[in-house]
Each structure stands twice: as C-alpha cells, then as structure tokens.
Design a protein around this ligand. Sequence first.
Ligand SMILES: Cc1cc2nc3c(=O)[nH]c(=O)nc-3n(C[C@H](O)[C@H](O)[C@H](O)COP(=O)(O)OP(=O)(O)OC[C@H]3O[C@@H](n4cnc5c(N)ncnc54)[C@H](O)[C@@H]3O)c2cc1C
Length: 415
Amino acid sequence: MVRDSNDAAGDGIAEAADSDATSYWLAASAAGPDRPTLASDETADIVIVGAGFTGLWTTIALTDTDPTLRVAVLEADTAGYGASGRNGGFCSASLTHGLANGIRHFPDELAILEREGLANFRAIVEFTREHEIDCSLEETGILDVADRPHQVEEFRAWVDDAAAWGEELEFMDRERIQAEVHSPLWLAALHRSPGRDAILDPAKLVRGLARVCEERGAMIHEGSRVTAVERHAGRVRVGTAGGQSVSAGHVVVATSAYSGWLRRLSAHFVPVYDYVLVSDPLSAEQLTSIGWERRQGMADANNQFHYFRLTADNRVLWGGYDAIYHFGERRRAAIRPPSDDIRKAGGAVPGHVSAARRHRLPVPLGRRDRHDVALHRDVRAGPRWSADICPRLHRVGCRGEPLGRWRRPRLHSPP
Ligand SMILES: Cc1cc2nc3c(=O)[nH]c(=O)nc-3n(C[C@H](O)[C@H](O)[C@H](O)COP(=O)(O)OP(=O)(O)OC[C@H]3O[C@@H](n4cnc5c(N)ncnc54)[C@H](O)[C@@H]3O)c2cc1C
C-alpha cells in the first residue's frame, strides 16, 4: 500500500511504502482461517487447482450436484490471492463482457447467453444472501459515460440496439449526466437500472465462498502449488511443489492468468498488466460535491476503458485503461511486483491519476494541497485476457472451446 506524497514527478503518488503491494481489498478485510498445506498424499474424487472464483464456484457447483463428492482444492498462495481478490468488484449479468462484445463474437448464441447470464447474476446475489456472505454487495445499476463527441450519437443509437436484446438503457445528455455525477468532461451517458449489475467487495466474496466450500466438506490446502498433473493407474495424480500429491478421478484447472505452469493453456491468453487506484474515504462534503448519489458503477466508452466506483466506505476506486503488455514477458514466480516492476510499468499508474484528473471527479487526485486525501496505489499484476475477453473452457490437451459453443457442464480430465 502506498500513499500520496505530492512528489516532484507530479503524479501525486509516492514510492511503495511496502513493496508487498497486497491488494487493497485483501488487506482491508479479515483474512480467512489459516489453511493447511498439503502435507501428505491424499485421495479425492475431484481436485481443483486454484482457489479463486473459478475454483471455488466450481467446488460449489459440484457439491450442489452431489454433496457426497470429496473435493480437494489446491491453492498456491491463499484463497483469493489472484485476480479474484484484486479486481474492480463489478458483478455483471453479461457473460460476454458486455452486449456489444457478445454480438461481435457470439451472435447466434447470444440470446441464450444473455438469459443464462441474468439467471446467473440473480443466483449469485441470492447465494450471498442465503449463505450470509457479507461482501458489501450493492445493486446500483451502471453508468457508461461518453467523453468523446462521436460517442454521443453512438450512445443514442445503442439504446434501440440494446433494447432489441432485452437490455433497457436510458440515454442521458450532457446536462443530465453532469447533474448525476459532476464531471464536466462527460458528454452523455447510458444508464442501466439495477437488476443486471452490482458492485461488491471481491475479497470478501471469495473468502465467503471458501468458507461455504469448507462447510460442504471440501478440503482447501493453501500454500500448495501444483507443479504436475499426470495420469496414473486410470486416475489423475496432481503433484505439488512440496512433493505431496492428490490422486483423484478428475482435475479442474482454475489458475486463470497463472496457467503458465500448464504449457498448453498459455497460448490462450494475452498477458496484460493492469492497475487500480483506491482513494482514502471521502468526507461527506466531498461526496456531496461529486453527486453520484445512486452510487452506480461507471465506465467510460473507450476501447481501453476506465472504470470507477465507490467502495462501501466511500473510497473511489479507479481501474483499467493503462493495460501494459511487455512483449514476451514471462511471469515471475511471485506475482507481487517489487518497486522495480512498478517503475517498469512506466506511465501506468500516473496514467490513472491523469485520467482521474481528466475526468475531473472532484475527488482527491493526488494533490494534498487541493484535497488532502491520499491515494493508494494498488498494484495488480498480470491478468491475462482471452482474445475475445470472454471466459473460456478448455479440455486440457484438446482444442479450446469458446464459451458460446460450450453447452453442457462436464468435468475435464487431463490427457
Ligand atoms: C485489475 C483487474 C480488475 C478486474 N475487474 C473485474 C471486475 O470488475 N469484474 C469482473 O467480473 N471481473 C474483473 N476482473 C476479472 C476477474 O477478476 C477474473 O476474471 C477472475 O477473478 C478470475 O478468477 P479465477 O478464479 O479464474 O482466477 P484467479 O482469481 O486468478 O485464481 C487463480 C488462483 O490460482 C492460484 N494458482 C496459480 N497457480 C497455481 C498453481 N500452480 N497451483 C495452485 N494454485 C495456483 C492463484 O494463487 C490464484 O489464487 C478483473 C481482473 C483484474 C486483474
């Protein structure tokens, strides 16, 4: 976590006070219980590799299907250590990273994907309630904002296009959006009412999911990095760096951006570094000066977009846009980049600050003399994007199947 120093470079952000650079979300809420590493050879029906959203929701889906299944989750660090504990906390019904992207990539299956996405969104909200996962979930609706003149007419036209797919949007002209959230650069907006989107605390959600998995009897081993998956006597043996292994009928690899350990998966992702900033909590006066009373999650309409949201304690979180790609860069063993890496990331973080300035949210922009509120630089290392920015399911050893062509859940076994 770092603090604003009003530094000479003028980006308003100091060097890391703590090179650990733990995610803001993970640091801000109580960690889960200490979970044991895998200390002996074990057996299970299914092994899940990775305790992020993918691994934990898979565990929940499996135990929904058959509560007697013995599921072992092997996690290299701690539950939520990856992108699941480091993201913007926007929870959306869209399974295709937005309707427009869905139309582009899955026109023939989009009606199904939209329907499933809506049902999925409602199920997530209900699940958190049913299992008392307090993840500061707020169904706020969404604001897409235009900051370039050509986007205004695109927004206006998009209202009808989206309606054809069942998505109701309200067009806001310059006056309306600036009355809603007081940034003078916004020229128009599309407002989506609550029902398809929420903002939440992702670390609390992922830790809550881990708790539910354990309540259902799943064993989560933290500090248990998987290094090998091999067939053995008609089963799968999943070996860890510590030398122990779990023998199981099936394995689900849920390591997302960190899947380089399984060479066959690497090619399916583009390694991109992304950064998020979080401010100190805003005062009541600062909040009033922004407007933003409906607390919608917001995103601009640019190709490399920024997103903005308020946290439960009224910090502003900015993210996106400054996606950094280092040609041919390999992932390091530890994802926490030291300050060298932060410097190497070049203009990424300052870019966020200038973006925030550009959008002129009347909130702390790194200038104590103006606002007296610190910025925290929250370093996010290496999400990897699939080419169509959609989730992908792969049968290990077989060709990947994009989401839209995937019909029925099945367990994936290694070759
Ligand atoms: C900056 C940023 C902002 C984002 N914002 C949003 C957003 O607002 N809304 C949204 O829906 N999505 C967002 N995303 C995407 C979202 O966070 C990811 O799609 C999601 O968290 C992926 O979950 P996962 O479980 O597949 O992967 P991860 O959460 O990355 O989990 C993978 C886990 O595997 C573990 N692991 C890695 N290697 C091994 C190994 N060899 N053995 C054992 N365990 C291993 C890791 O430690 C990690 O815990 C964002 C992502 C980033 C990076």
